[in-house]
Design a protein around this ligand. Structure first.
Ligand code: ATP
Length: 316
């Protein structure tokens, strides 16, 4: 990766849109000696988006600002995943004196099991690589993404993909059709490490087996078989920590969803629905539940981190 730093305070800002994910299947093997659990997961990117804008600075500061209804839950210091992405990219590929103003417009639920922080990291990698004029190919960005977190490589590519290892060894899955989703979020997030700890205490799940029937159903575009193949080995642990989510799952399915499951480590509950009309009915029911803080509809599969239209033209 070579860079010819050409950023000046007059370089136009670069905006990237990054998507949330839902795990259609999340098979988790027993905790390994390195503390990680081997995974076989099918990710789907869905149409809930954060935007990350990278603006030039004339000093070497990486500054983060966040806006959106849950902005107060997101750190703006060096623990922000977008900050860490910019810092890693700069340390490996760019002039160490380059700075950036990172502005995140947050729409993906925070600590909701939808990999919002990972989406912001992927977005910051892409936005800063353009702002700083770094000649980084997809393989280079993937390697940096994997260093930042297990879900970050998928946030770069989007679509549907099988993830092995920690979820970072990706193979795209061919899919047909559009999926309609309804997501029910909770006021309070769930910590992913806490869910894995409870998973271990409960004795583990089905193992990191590749869900071949689900992958075949995605490729055929057989929505009934996709609904039947959804599964999450972390669900039992998430429900053990948040028993009130069982009622959300039940209510969504009773209201007409084809299937419901906890998204990743939760607490967001994801419902696959047969279309937009039934999605509205399911959403209406979910909004009446006291344990649900908001309900959002989205389509999938969505794209991964994308430069927003106009960004390149403005920068050329
Ligand atoms: P995953 O599905 O990958 O386990 P998640 O969706 O459950 O993640 P995130 O929204 O990514 O959770 O955030 C988890 C925690 O990470 C937050 O509580 C917050 O303190 C911290 N964090 C760091 N950077 C970010 C960011 N850019 N956006 C949101 N949270 C962030």
């Amino acid at each position: 990766m070579a860079s010819t730093p050409r950023t000046t305070p007059r370089t136009p800002p670069v905006t990237v849109r990054a998507s949330a994910k839902v795990n259609l299947a999340l098979g988790v093997g027993p905790r390994a000696e390195d503390g990680f659990h081997p995974l076989a997961t099918v990710f789907e990117a869905v149409g809930l988006h954060d935007t990350i804008t990278a603006g030039p600075r004339d000093d070497d500061v990486i500054a983060v600002t966040v806006e959106g209804p849950e902005a107060d839950l997101v750190p703006t210091d060096e623990s922000n995943l977008a900050y860490r992405a910019a810092e890693l990219l700069r340390s490996r590929c760019a002039d160490p004196h380059l700075g950036v103003d990172l502005h995140i417009t947050k729409s993906i639920p925070v600590a909701g099991g939808m990999a919002g922080g990972s989406a912001d990291a992927a977005g910051a990698l892409l936005a800063c690589s353009v702002l700083w004029d770094i000649d980084a190919g997809p393989g280079d960005l993937h390697d940096l993404a994997a260093e930042l977190g297990s879900d970050v490589p998928f946030a770069l590519i989007g679509g549907v993909a099988l993830g092995r290892g920690r979820g970072d060894r990706l193979v795209p899955v061919i899919f047909r059709g559009t999926h309609h989703w309804v997501f029910a979020t909770s006021e309070e997030g769930l910590s992913t490490p806490a869910v894995y700890r409870r998973f271990d205490e409960l004795g583990g799940g089905g193992g990191d087996l590749v869900p071949t029937a689900l992958i075949a159903a995605l490729t055929r575009g057989d929505i009934d078989a996709v609904a039947g193949g959804l599964g999450n080995d972390l669900q039992e642990a998430a429900l053990d920590l948040r028993p009130e989510l069982a009622g959300v799952l039940e209510a969504g399915v009773e209201a007409g969803a084809m299937a419901g499951l906890i998204s990743g480590s939760g607490p967001t509950v994801a419902f696959l629905v047969g279309g937009e009309a039934i999605g509205r009915t399911v959403a209406k029911t979910l909004r009446t539940l006291p344990q649900v803080s908001s309900v959002r509809g989205a389509r999938g599969p969505a794209q991964g981190a994308q430069l927003m239209a106009g960004t390149l033209e403005a920068g050329s």
